[in-house]
Design a protein around this ligand. Structure first.
Ligand code: AMP
Ligand code: MG
Length: 267
């Protein structure tokens, strides 16, 4: 899955990334889902150790165009993981209070503590994506943010946070199908927002903004992965694989009990 990791300082052209790619797994959807389930079981154990150890922190950033599958990843990749120690933070249009502070204020306050895995459903990257595309702040303001973001993530990393960032890459055609499916199914109407169509019309501007994000903010300490996301099963498989592989690289251990338990007798 290393194929999907963006090397630092690489100029990215998203046209060169196929959202339908399924080439890193030999097998079909059914095999893929079985494999993801196995990884999920591994993740449950790793998460328990992380929580028990109370030392490291894990931050997972999910970014995508509307319908890109952020909610699906949260549901599928973290299925069955103990909710104690895992938290989702969703970032919406900033509140008046949030706007009174710098854009990293709300982000920092919801970042993971020791032993915690936090999933960011949208993130500080909105401040160089939607904010840029809609000219919410002037260019000379958002341009400086790439450096702030790299430094901020460096701080998190230096202080014990494992940071992984995933861009769920769908095609514009796939988005059309998914939006249509929401429109056709009354039980999905709650997910449909007419505003999403305005964002869709700005697709090319968003792709350019994402290309800059990927080119400028994939670092050794907080790498980006461009995940082919037209096939939901493959998307989940890629993210599960990256996450489990990464966590296994750290020697996360259950802490030793401070008492000598060999002498303990339970009456
Ligand atoms: P959703 O994730 O579908 O609930 O939508 C949340 C909305 O909030 C999206 O349209 C985001 O672009 C928007 N949003 C998130 N962060 C920001 C931000 N910093 N500035 C402006 N809009 C934002
Ligand atoms: Mg939405």
């Amino acid at each position: 899955m290393d194929k999907y990791r963006i090397r630092p300082h690489t100029k990215i052209n998203l046209n060169e990334f196929d959202p339908n790619d399924i080439s890193e797994f030999k097998g079909d959807k059914e095999d893929g889902n079985k494999h993801t389930a196995k990884l999920n079981a591994e993740l449950e154990v790793l998460q328990e150790k992380l929580y028990a150890e109370h030392k490291r922190k894990v931050l997972i950033v999910l970014q995508a165009m509307d319908t890109g599958g952020k909610d699906g990843v949260i549901r599928n990749v973290f299925d069955g993981v103990n909710p104690q120690g895992v938290r989702v933070a969703s970032f919406k249009v900033p509140s008046a209070l949030e706007l009174d502070h710098d854009y990293l204020w709300r982000i920092h306050s919801l970042s993971p503590g020791k032993g915690e895995i936090v999933i960011f459903n949208r993130s500080h990257y909105e401040d160089v994506l939607v904010v840029r595309v809609h000219n919410i702040v002037p260019e000379d303001t958002w341009k400086k943010r790439f450096d702030h973001i790299n430094d901020f993530e460096r701080l998190l990393s230096d202080e014990g946070t494992i940071v992984l960032k995933f861009f769920l890459h769908i095609s514009k055609d796939e988005q059309k199908e998914r939006l249509q499916a929401r429109l056709d199914d009354p039980e999905k109407h709650w997910k449909f927002s007419v505003g999403d169509l305005k964002e869709r019309a700005l697709w090319d501007d968003y792709m350019q903004a994402y290309e800059d994000v990927l080119s400028k903010t994939s670092t050794e300490w907080a790498p980006w992965y461009v995940v082919p996301a037209n096939k939901k099963w493959y998307r989940d498989l890629v993210i599960s694989t990256v996450l489990v592989t990464m966590l296994k690289k750290f020697d996360i251990k259950y802490p030793e009990n401070k008492d000598d338990l060999s002498k303990v007798v339970i009456e």
